[in-house]
Design a protein. Structure first.
Length: 365
């Protein structure tokens, strides 16, 4: 297994459209890295550049300490699992998994050993004699993963492997991929998805991309608890973080901010005195907002415009005077609140965020 290092990597197409810009990333052996971001952000393009299916326009890509910019995909020591299963329909599960080793003219006994080892790992042993048409979607995807495993690659690449599965199969297969990683702790895996739930549950580290740039790299909880900018704050978490424009009214170890609604909030984040009067952005996640009584301190007050009752949780869409759009509060269980009711919302100080005029976070002490 191997490290992967990208240094100032970029991708420019013939029409001079730059789709990846100065990507710098160190992936250590044994890491499970997830590329995530909105459609068109460049995550699949970056994965294809690592695989060799897209040329690198600038910078260097190293796998196991060797620059592989001009090395063909078949010689990079990678195995890729695609969105589509791409199984040979006339071959059994066994033959689909063994095919690449047979082409490489490996010893038959070794091929059999590797196929059966991978099949046991993926719970495919009972299906080795079946054709793909006799398998479920989740089983076919496991065969595609098994086909990659038997090649014993330096790096595994996954390009949205669960997107063709229904919700229940997606959850089950996600658990199997997590178990696979545990059973292969030295394997380096790079996984592309647009689904933040997959990213949060599978990744050792998340690489969040936007418009060809890396916005933040870190553990799932680091991106959730300490987003570096407004884009990260709104992308990670569902529903998205509430972001409200504000003015910095006073500064120090705690910052008093004034919202467009003329309500003031004290945020336990220090800012410079020179920031006084500047525009900023106040952030709080829906799940951190609580409905409070009249006699309790509230940071936001408004009227309920819409309610989504999900059973395990209730989403309140609150119109706050002077604030454009809705403030969303996520409450556990069900509530005796109706559309049109006035509500008061509060959050613990440590759950509050503050971003500057350029939408970058003010760091906590």
């Amino acid at each position: 297994m191997a490290d992967v290092k990208l240094t100032n990597v970029k991708k420019v197409y013939a029409n001079q459209v730059e789709v990846m810009r100065d990507i710098n990333l160190d992936i250590k052996q044994g890491e499970f890295i997830v590329f995530v971001g909105p459609s068109g952000c460049g995550k699949s393009t970056l994965l294809r550049m690592i695989s060799g299916l897209e040329e690198i326009s600038g910078g260097t890509l190293e796998i196991d300490g060797t620059v592989v910019n001009d090395v063909p995909p078949s010689l990079r020591g990678i195995a890729m699992v695609f969105q589509s299963y791409a199984l040979y329909p006339h071959m059994t599960v066994y033959d689909n998994m063994a095919f690449s080793l047979q082409i490489a003219k490996e010893d038959k006994a070794e091929i059999d050993k590797q196929v059966r080892k991978a099949a046991e790992m993926l719970q495919l042993t009972p299906f080795l004699d079946r054709l793909p048409k006799a398998l479920s979607g989740g089983q076919r995807q496991r065969v595609a993963i098994g086909r990659a495993i038997v090649r014993r690659p330096k790096v595994f690449l996954f390009d949205e492997p669960l997107s063709n599965l229904d919700a229940a199969l997606r959850v089950a297969t996600r658990m199997e991929i997590a178990n696979l990683k545990e059973s292969m702790p030295d394997s380096t895996m790079i996984y592309v998805t647009h689904d933040q739930v997959e990213a949060m549950t599978l990744a050792d580290r998340i690489v969040l991309l936007s418009a060809g740039n890396i916005e933040q790299v870190g553990s799932p909880l680091a991106l959730y608890e300490r987003p570096e900018n407004v884009f990260v704050a709104k992308f990670i978490g569902s529903p998205a973080m509430n972001i409200l424009p504000c003015q910095i009214a006073s500064t120090g170890s705690e910052t008093l901010v004034t919202l467009a609604s003329e309500q003031t909030v004290t945020v336990p984040i220090s800012t410079e005195s020179s920031e006084q009067g500047k525009t900023a952005f106040f952030g709080v996640r829906p799940e951190h907002l609580d409905v409070v009584a009249e006699d309790e301190g509230a940071m936001l007050a408004g009227e309920v415009s819409f309610i989504e009752s999900l059973g395990e949780a209730t989403l309140l869409y609150v119109a706050v005077p002077g604030v454009e759009g809705m403030v969303i509060a996520k409450q556990a269980g069900t509530l005796k609140i109706e559309k049109g009711d006035p509500v008061r919302l509060a959050a613990k100080p440590e759950a509050l965020h503050l971003f500057d005029e350029q939408e970058n976070t003010y760091r906590r002490d």
